[in-house]
Design a protein around this ligand. Sequence first.
Ligand code: MTE
Ligand code: MO
Length: 230
Amino acid sequence: MEESSKLDKIIEARMKLKARFEDKMKNTPSMADERPQGHGEINRHGMPQIPVGQTLTTKWPVLDLGYQPNVTLDRWRLYIDGEVENPVVLKWEDFMALPQTEDTSDFHCVTTWSKLDMSWVGVRLLDLAALVQPKETATHLMCYGYDTYTTNVSLEEALKPDVLLAHTVYGEPLPKEHGGPVRMITPQLYAWKGSKWIKRIEFLDKNKRGFWEERGYSNTAYPWRNDRYS
Ligand SMILES: Nc1nc2c(c(=O)[nH]1)N[C@H]1C(S)=C(S)[C@@H](COP(=O)(O)O)O[C@H]1N2
Ligand SMILES: [Mo]
């Protein structure tokens, strides 16, 4: 297929997904509260700049399960499957050929640090979803890291325009300790919802708990509602 018609297809599928999840998305707390975070349309407005219980940091701590997988670009693959019409396995070149999005957003770790205005480049989860075409039954994602990490995210959160599979931060390749070559970011949720070293995105027809969610952390993880545990 020609590159231009591939792109047209993605754009068309993206519009359909947006329409399908519009109402659900409007009712997510960050939109309903009118107090999301980051820059841009769905962003931080006025004060306070950070959610309750959080402290600003300019450093960038590293959190992992005690193991940082080494995934070279030639061996890197991204599997997207589950409740989709068109499952794919992307190689690095395929991934980089998809529409690239730059965004600046905030990062809230449940261990109480927040880092503001981080600048990212990556592929929108929305565009990846447009590529694989979620079935009508799809409601949630399970994201898997190369380190065996898992975390679940609802589609109304995952399809927001600031949710990226990011490969670049502050203009440089994402360092391994922060999840390079590619990690997910979920600026409107606590940062554990963004899998570092992301390997697989599975579309689900019901919600399931990931690694931290099974250990008592929240399924929904809304920082502006102090939604840490469940
Ligand atoms: N694969 C994987 N992703 C992960 C984690 C992890 O241990 N493994 N930790 C999570 C947690 S708890 C947070 S706060 C952020 C931390 O990202 P950072 O180390 O780049 O600050 O990544 C999240 N994603
Ligand atoms: Mo975290």
